[in-house]
Design a protein around this ligand. Sequence first.
Ligand code: HEM
Length: 478
Amino acid sequence: LVNYTTKNLPPGPKGWPVVGILFEFDILTLHLKLYDWTTKYGDIFQFDLLGKTFVSLNSSEVLREAFNQEPTATVTANRPPLFLGKYVLEHADVVFAQDNAVTRRRKLGYQLLRAYGEGLSCRESQIKENIISVKELIRSNEYKNIDPSDIVEEFLLSTVEVLIIGRSFGRNGKLQKILHRLDDLIQLVANPGYDAVYGALPFLRHISLPISRNITEIHKTKQQMIEHLEDLSKEDKDNKGIYHTLKDVVKVRDDDGKQWFTQENTRNLLVNFVAAGLLSTRGTIMSMIQLLAKKPDLQISLQREVNNVIGSDREPSLADRRSCHLTEAFIIESMRYISLVPLAVFHAASEDVTISGYTIKKNTIIIPNIWTIHHSEKEFDDPFLFKPERFLDDKGQLLPSNDPVRKRVLAFGIGKRSCIGEVFARSRMFLFIATLMQLATMIEPDGKSLPDLVPTEMLQKTFLQPQPFEVRFKLRSK
Ligand code: HEM
């Protein structure tokens, strides 16, 4: 139990009167607590927790004002000194980078994802191989009750390998084992709730608690990853990935002779890509599978679209996205409904700033409350119903990205710290779902029931994840 105070925002003089002290705090499901508080305190409220001040932004309009409009956007683009950023990512990555450090690192990360991840043309043969192994796994498991996470992981681990080193060594290769281990360990330590407690009481990391031991393991595994990538980068000169470019960037010196990007930056930027590329995308795809298996009619409509646009004889390509309106709407609705990164990554005010008429003091931690925005009746009709058609017009065409309804989906954040992997993640999700719909129909497991995916019941790990489940794949005839 943690003591916290909330201050809400009544009409009238713009201040932060204390309205109550509550004595209950569930650190693992902070997003659900903030959802409750939004119904009581409105679109923006502030609370103190363990000596730190937090402000929660709970509507798309307030989030846009805070992160996407100057002069506020520049002031709110900082990150707080989070426990994870300092002790796990050595203050050397992009996600948790503070102050001036972020601009150059973020730009580099963005350029790397564009160069190695976004366009499929340069990666087409490797991505096709990944898709072929997904298909083989599905074929060899037809009609069996299976937990689809192995299939999803196989696909995503291979895509991340191709991104980082230019090729995939398969599920039995050493690299996938290391990336898998890193991913498991990060899930054990990364949680906004842990951050609140360990950030306020950092001495806890010296006590031999499981979380402290996991942090030590993360550092060892990062080192193993770098050593293995170094070996691999010497072996194959033709296939290149992000790691090859980072090796060159480390050699660069500025005019004053200083090195701006170091080995620490390399390993921690790669951890960002591994964690984001696997964890977030895996949770989203797993949720999509569970949703689809419970919605046979939606599967039929998606399969019809894939038949019409792609047919059954060729692999889906990124160009197909433009014509697969329902598939795109399904992906966007899934991102809204599950809101996998429920509170995005916390921001911090680098100076005093005014948002919606209220003064936010320097160093206040700002929470982009995406989960609440996506489940608010003020933003979406029937927010707890899964309705991909909310993103289609009456001709079945996807609403343009500047449509007000689309603009309320903020799963990748917005503004100067928004996700740099959005295009990469969305293109891989499209390929996976289109391939699945082309190949198979998902049905409920034999002798067991498959529960509906309920957003409030998802497991809170680093990101939200569906509860473990099983499905069966039934192959489609050509
Ligand atoms: C479904 C998949 C994904 C979701 C839902 C997601 C969501 C997010 C969100 C909400 C943020 C924080 C935005 C903010 O602070 O305002 C973020 C940041 C970030 N994401 Fe993603 N992400 C996904 C996939 C990826 C992938 C695949 C990569 C890279 C391979 C990636 C790399 C990053 C990085 C580096 C940042 C930090 C940006 C910064 O701090 O400036 N993400 N993501």
